[in-house]
Design a protein around this ligand. Structure first.
Ligand code: NAP
Length: 498
């Protein structure tokens, strides 16, 4: 089945513009305005989505608020049952959704299918985890605190926050949407999703799978439009009780503008790969290829700078070069390793970093080549701290190597970054690896493997400008609840078996 056909026909207005989702129905924006989604490969308009107005956002917020009240009274097992159903429908329709990912964000075909399947698994795991952790609370007695007798029994439970606003980025629009939707719903919240413009149609198909699962009207809503136009209105809306955002610097701006509500921010990274003298260089090279170049480097946890000890750098660079030469470059439909980057402005930004490095004397291990949004993989050796690429996130298939003379120099470079998402260290000495891991100011350190966000139940968090809070299924559920306590006061102390 193709995207926008079969069960998905109702989400499309004729064969023109994809509708937005409000109150259990697919709707057209009253203004008649739409936003074009340009295919990164053809650079032609592939899809159009509704440009929702502030008035439409207001209506969506109202529906989400009233649907949440009823949902909070829906038994936990029933919420889980619906999530399991949605997960199965999502996996059943993996191909049309993957087709959208290929056309909207140029994700290689196989990876696109993997993203949808992984998302279904994430939703199922969330349902199971939610049933367990949301069903548990605490029981405290008062006499453990000085000055108290046992006259108070404290019962804690977990209550929903209300309306959760979910804003995912373009690079994993389905997976990073469900990583917010699943925890929000199982915890008894309602949801307003603002998908990224590139990736919006994939998200709308995913939302339709939740619609087909039979969730109550108004519980899940999806408004489309440019973040720059409706973003502020959404994030500062008084009806929003929690924001879960994944993306770039926009998240920092949102955190300054948002009200007094819980924020989950997963932002950019400049993940360092520290390579010691005793590292298995073939393993390192394989991980640099996977970590630095998969999905053309457009991953938050991509390796974005290699910090290699001078004594092994020549050998490592040769090994990486040999593997770069084998990467397949071309359209996502052919499942190429390197596909066009998401927009022309992204490609221009990457080119700017490359040209800056060239002017300042970096060694180009390959010739720089670009056609449209397609940038050939490039390893830049002998990068120095005065080059922009030493610090900035290219979000493209361009990887700098900085040669270091001591472990301390590597750690210093890593910690001098304003980012602190993940990092990795390659060495056969586990004791050294642990010391380096402890010294690196990042949310996660991988030992002998490239950084990665998954598996989706692992805690995932960034320090400094890389984020607020922690994700991973369990942490996301816990972030989307508030603890409520009820205290039973006894007229006289009562001791168990006393
Ligand atoms: P982005 O430009 O920050 O956009 C992210 C989302 O924010 C999109 O849905 C975007 O919508 C929306 N948006 C834009 N302006 C907004 C505003 N004023 N208010 C509210 N929302 C607004 O990021 P991106 O280019 O999609 O993704 C790349 C970045 O995400 C990289 O920096 C990457 O490192 C980061 N990332 C982080 C993680 C993580 O977990 N740490 C994971 C993946 C990606 P429009 O598309 O309509 O503009």
């Amino acid at each position: 089945m193709a995207a926008g056909t079969g069960v998905f026909a109702e989400i499309l207005d004729g064969d023109e513009v994809y509708k937005y989702y409000h109150d259990g129905e697919w709707k057209k924006a009253a203004s008649g305005k739409s936003v074009a989604i340009v295919n990164p490969t053809t650079r032609k308009t592939q899809y159009r989505v509704q440009a929702c107005s502030q008035e439409e956002v207001n209506k969506v917020m109202e529906s989400a608020k009233s649907a949440q009240k009823a949902w909070a009274k829906t038994p936990l097992w029933k919420r889980a049952e619906l999530l399991h159903k949605a997960a199965a429908i999502l996996k059943e329709h993996k191909f049309p959704i993957a087709e959208c990912l290929v056309k909207e964000i140029a994700k290689p075909a196989k990876d696109a299918v993997t993203e949808v399947v992984r998302s279904g698994d994430l939703v199922s795991y969330t349902a199971e985890e939610g049933v367990r952790i949301l069903g548990e609370g605490k029981f405290l007695v008062s006499d453990s605190f000085p000055g108290n007798e046992r006259t108070k029994y404290c019962l804690t439970s977990k209550i929903p926050l209300g309306v959760v606003l979910a804003i995912p980025p373009f690079n994993y629009p389905v997976n990073l949407a469900v990583s917010k939707i699943g925890p929000a719903l199982i915890a008894g919240n309602s949801l307003v999703l603002k998908p990224p413009t590139q990736g919006a149609v994939s998200c709308l198909h995913m939302v339709h799978c939740f619609h087909l699962a039979g969730f109550p009207k108004g519980l899940i809503n999806c408004v489309t439009g440019k973040g720059s136009e409706i973003g502020d209105f959404l994030t500062m809306h008084p009806g929003v009780n929690c924001i879960s955002f994944t993306g770039g610097d926009t998240g920092i701006a949102i955190s300054k503008k948002a009200g007094m509500i819980p924020l989950q921010m997963e932002l950019g990274g400049k993940d360092a790969c520290i390579v010691l003298e005793d590292a298995d260089l073939d393993l390192v090279a394989a991980n640099i290829i996977k970590g630095g170049f998969s999905y053309s480097g457009q991953r938050c946890t991509a390796i974005k700078v290699v910090l290699a000890m001078e004594s092994v750098a020549d050998s490592l660079v040769e090994k990486v070069k040999a593997r770069v030469a084998k990467l397949r470059i071309g359209p996502p439909e052919d499942d190429c390793d390197i596909t066009p980057v998401v927009t022309e402005s992204s490609a221009n930004f990457i080119e700017g970093l490359v040209m800056d490095a060239k002017e300042k004397g970096a060694t180009f291990c390959q010739e720089y080549k670009r056609e449209g949004n397609l940038i050939w993989p490039l390893l830049l050796d002998n990068v120095r701290p005065d080059m922009r690429i030493a610090w900035e996130e290219p979000f493209g298939p361009v990887l700098p190597v900085i040669r270091i003379n001591s472990v301390e120099e590597g750690i210093h470079h890593c910690n001098a970054s304003n980012f602190g998402l993940q990092g990795c260290v390659f060495t056969k000495d586990i004791n050294k690896a642990m010391l380096i891991s402890d010294a690196m100011e990042t949310g996660t350190v991988q030992i002998n493997s490239a950084p990665a966000r998954g598996p989706d139940h692992f805690p995932f968090q960034g320090l400094k400008d890389s984020g607020i809070g922690s994700q991973g299924i369990t942490n996301s559920i816990n972030m989307m609840i508030k603890v409520k306590t009820t205290v039973i006061n006894l007229p006289s102390p009562s001791y168990t078996m006393g």
